[in-house]
Structure formats: C-alpha cells, structure tokens
Design a protein around this ligand. Structure first.
Ligand SMILES: [Mn+2]
Length: 359
C-alpha cells in the first residue's frame, strides 16, 4: 500500500495538484486494502484518510491499517468536500470515469474555493501492472475456478439445467475458499451457447448440446475469469467441430502474440485474422480480451481500437469466440500474466482440447 500511495503522490506532484479523492470501492480497495462497499479515500502529500460509516469502522481499521480511518455520518460526498478543506487542499484530482456527475456536484458544493480537476486513469494506470502479491491472489482465484469447473463438468448429467449448473459452480467456488463468484456465472447449453453473455435458464442438458461455461471467483479481493466449451454426448455436427478447432487455433495464436512490448491490438489481430480467414469474422463480434484484477474487466482491453502497449505484470484474458445464432457458439478463455518473453498462463490446468463428455 505504501508503494501505491507513493506512486499516487508522485503523480499528484507531476500534475501540480495537492490532493486526490475517490468514492469508488475498487480504487479504494487498491489504495488502502479496505473492501467494503461504501467509503471515500483522500490522499495528500502528508496524509491518507479513509472515510467510512458505522457499518465498516471496525473492518476498515483491520483492512486499511496504513490509513487514518474516520467514521462519518450523512452523505459521503459532503464529508469529502469538508475533508479537502480540512487538509488545506487547493486543487484536488479525481478519476472522471469513477465519479458520477451528482457525486462531483455534491463534493464541489461542500468544497468552495477548491479546484476539482479530472485526471483520467490517475490510479487506473497504476492498477494495470500487478505486483507479486496481486498475481498470487489472481493465481489462487484461477486455481479455484479451474478445479470447480473440472468438478462440475465431471458431474454433468442429462436433465441438469443451466441455472443449476451455474449455482453448482458458485457453490464449489465457496467450498474451495473463494469469497464469491467474480461475476454471474454464464452456463449455456445447446443453441443458447451462441449468446456471448447469455443468462442461464431452466433449459435442461441434452445429448448433442454444446456446453459453454464462463466463470470466475474472487480470492482476497482479486478475480479470475475462465471459459471452456464442451460437447455433451456427441458433437452436434461438423460445423461445431469446425468452429471449435478454429477458436482453439485463434486462442493459441493470440496467446503466442502476448508479450511485453506487444500492442494490445496486435494480440487481438492474431486471433481475429485467423477467424476471419476461416470465414467467421462477422461471428466474432467482441474483443479478444481484457485485464483482470480487483475488477473482472479492467484496462487495458485487447481489442482492435486499443492503443495500449502491453507490459510485464499485466494480467489479461485471451478469449476469442465464434457464435452462430440458432446453432451454437464456442469460446475459449485463459487468463495470463504478461512477461518479458511471453506470458504465464494461470489457467493452464484445465484442458482446451475438444472434449466430448460421455455419460
Ligand atoms: Mn472474460
């Protein structure tokens, strides 16, 4: 936390500002270790203050031990404004993507005479490079996701529903020590697998169904994200085998392109060009990946429009897919840490080979 605070203070100085404030839980977790849902953090050259309400005071003192923890009542925005004045700030920065318009108005009303200036990415850019402790937590969350997924897939039987499969996974996450799922589990059977982010329903599992599962969990405040696609009983047709092998190749190509110094758009292109050459370009309508950390979707993104250059310590997903409406879809997703020579795949423990589950 001290390293993070020091890096933030250096950025404040570079921008000629004397304070930073945040009302954003993920940012506050990154800067202080506090994991509650409501808080504010104020950072100046000389102080780091965490404001919380009665529900969180005890928890905040435990989790944010490097901060001055202050219990407040009333609206957090008004207290932030007052604290900026108390800390004698003249110019305070905030991240405009993480402060709502009404929050900004309320802080400003409570901080007359203090300039509030937007600083896009001020903390987000620090969060992009994960330290060893963060990578260990992401790795632990990946191991739990892999092991839970392997178990649940092994127990799949005809008649189980998508919803029940998602619930089983989330149960297995917690049984293995995760706090919770890092997002609502996606479990889709048959033709419904063509919905890239479909919501599980009461559809029962049937012979010949594609099974697409996208899941992840949180360990010590850090997320995992993992997708595998299987076939239940038999492959529904040559088309399904064809798109599976194409996605598998594309995913491998993107992983091979992952390296410190590579452009995020090049990694995306490695997967996208392969899928386009096979004639499925229009059926791969999302980016190849995204970063993962305290939040399951972080910057930089791996897509066509990204200007990002990858650096060692970034934790990114690689997850191309092909989706054929009315028939089905395939997506394969790994989470990897970028290194100087390539990447370290954190979800390599669960096979990506074409698998027919026989029951
Ligand atoms: Mn993902």
């Amino acid at each position: 936390m001290e390293t993070r605070m020091a890096a933030l203070r250096a950025r404040l100085a570079e921008r000629g500002a004397d304070a930073f404030f945040s009302l954003d839980p993920p940012t506050n977790a990154y800067l202080t270790g506090f994991r509650g849902t409501t808080s504010a953090v104020l950072v100046t050259v000389g102080s780091a203050v965490l404001l919380c309400d009665f529900r969180y005071t005890e928890q905040a003192r435990l989790q944010a031990s490097a901060c001055e923890v202050t219990e407040v009542t009333g609206t957090m925005e008004a207290r932030v404004g007052e604290w900026l004045a108390k800390l004698e700030s003249r110019s305070a920065l905030f991240e405009p993507d993480r402060v709502s318009f009404s929050q900004h108005e309320a802080v400003r009303a409570a901080a007359p005479g203090i300039t509030l200036a937007p600083a896009p990415g001020l903390v987000e850019e620090l969060r992009q490079i994960k330290d060893e402790g963060e990578i260990a937590k992401i790795r632990a969350a990946c191991h739990i996701a892999e092991s839970a997924l392997a178990d649940v897939v092994d127990g799949l039987r005809a008649g189980v529903t998508e919803r029940e499969t998602a619930a089983r996974l989330e149960h297995e996450f917690k049984r293995r020590g995760a706090q919770r799922a890092s997002f609502d589990t996606i479990a889709l059977f048959g033709a419904r697998s063509s919905l890239p982010h479909g919501e599980p329903t009461d559809k029962p599992l049937e012979e010949g169904d594609i099974v697409l599962i996208d899941c992840g969990c949180m360990v010590d405040g850090y997320c995992s994200d993992l997708t595998r696609t299987f076939f239940f009983g038999r492959i529904p047709g040559d088309w399904a085998k064809e798109i599976y092998l194409c996605v598998q190749q594309a995913q491998q190509a993107a992983l091979a392109a992952l390296c410190a110094g590579a452009r995020a758009s090049e990694v995306d292109a490695a997967a996208r060009n392969l899928i386009a050459r096979a004639g499925y370009g229009p059926r791969f309508g999302h980016g190849t990946g995204h970063s993962v950390g305290i939040e399951v979707h972080e910057n930089p993104r791996l897509n066509m429009l990204s200007k990002a250059v990858l650096a060692a310590g970034m934790a990114v997903t690689v997850e191309p897919g092909i989706y054929l409406p009315g028939r089905g879809g395939v997506r394969i997703e790994d989470l990897a840490v970028v290194t100087g020579s390539g990447c370290d795949i954190l979800t390599a423990g669960i096979s990506k080979d074409l698998q027919v589950i026989r029951k």
